[in-house]
Design a protein around this ligand. Structure first.
Ligand code: NAP
Length: 302
């Protein structure tokens, strides 16, 4: 067992022990295993689309460094980015350098191009932008030229340039094709949209990922921020306290990561206060099936 896996295991709390004691459970970080290795990742990661694409403004770059800093202070792990996100990876890289590469970092980037050669160039570029010799996870963004990129990424994995490989989709798109890929290819991760109002993945992809031993990253976990509009001004129902939810963000995120097939959710934020709310979902009780139903029934009435 390597050091990273050992450290992650030290921080895990098994779902069955979550109800053992409120005081204890609310301070213990929730992590889940990557099925292909058993390595644990905290159930709340972070996205960088739009929120970290702040260009050259040093003031904004410094502000995003603060968001990143708070993420790691609160036990965060996975940071997800892509060549599609403009300056986001350079902003993440700058923040990581300032933080001297926190122990918990799990770097997740993507290739996003029709060209095989350009895919290789994108891999080299990501090493430079993140300042890492080895990426933890490289995913084929939106299935673009996935056949060719998966071949390259498999070679990179063998050479130790990347630890895990995967594919992504979002907004419920191309689920049938994802299903075929899960059936025929060997993957470590799939990333897809799953949140309390967009639950298509429950039909086929989530059960299939579990069957195939593929980790699931839930993107758009707060539906791009739209979920907060739906509950604006509404107090938390009494049951929220049973699941250690102190705000709506934690209800939305705990609904997602309590699904047995989901490994982690990656909410994106530009604000330290929102990061604190989101990371709160990485601690305390998770809802069981009855709790998940209470949550979704409530949202369905709005
Ligand atoms: N195909 C793909 O591979 C794909 C597609 C989509 C997304 N992704 C990944 O998934 C990540 C997450 O998805 P997303 O960024 O589309 O949507 P999201 O995380 O569901 O929503 C982000 C929005 O929610 C707001 N927000 C976050 N936490 C909040 C809180 N506690 N309170 C109030 N507002 C909050 C943010 O605003 P503030 O900045 O004001 O907090 C931001 O506008 C992306 O950043 C990206 O890394 C991948």
């Amino acid at each position: 067992m390597d050091r990273r896996t050992f450290l992650a295991m030290m921080s895990v709390v098994s779902l069955s022990s979550l109800s053992a004691g409120r005081a204890e459970s609310s301070t213990t970080k929730i992590s889940k295993p990557i099925p292909s290795s058993g390595e644990l990742v905290p159930v709340i990661g972070m996205g960088t689309w739009i929120t970290f694409n702040v260009g050259d403004s040093q003031r904004l770059r410094d502000k995003r460094s603060e968001v990143l800093k708070r993420f790691f202070e609160l036990g965060g792990g996975m940071v997800d980015s892509s060549p599609m996100y403009g300056s986001a990876r350079s902003v993440v890289g700058e923040g990581l350098r300032k933080l001297e590469y926190p122990e918990g970092l799990f770097s997740a980037d993507k290739v996003w191009t029709n060209s095989t050669a350009e895919g290789i160039a994108q891999y080299n570029e990501m090493q430079e932008l993140w300042g890492l010799n080895q990426l933890d996870l490289v995913q084929v963004h939106n299935l673009v030229n996935w056949q060719s990129h998966l071949e390259t990424l498999r070679e990179f994995k063998q050479q130790g340039k990347v630890r895990y490989i995967g594919i992504t989709t979002s907004h419920g798109l191309r689920h049938q094709e994802c299903e075929q890929i899960l059936q025929t290819q060997s993957l470590d991760f799939i990333q897809l949209t799953y949140n309390i109002t967009h639950r298509e993945a429950e039909q086929r992809l989530l059960p299939l990922a579990a069957e195939k031993g593929v980790a699931v990253i839930a993107n758009r976990p707060v539906d791009g921020g739209n979920l907060f509009n739906a509950v604006q001004g509404k107090p938390l129902p009494a049951w929220a306290a049973d699941y250690d939810c102190q705000n709506w963000a934690q209800v939305f995120l705990k609904f997602i990561v309590s699904h047995p097939s989901v490994t982690c959710a990656i909410p994106a934020t530009s604000q330290v206060e929102h990061m604190e709310e989101n990371m709160g979902a990485c601690y305390g009780n998770l809802p069981d099936a009855a709790g998940r139903k209470l949550m979704s029934d409530y949202i369905n009435t709005l």
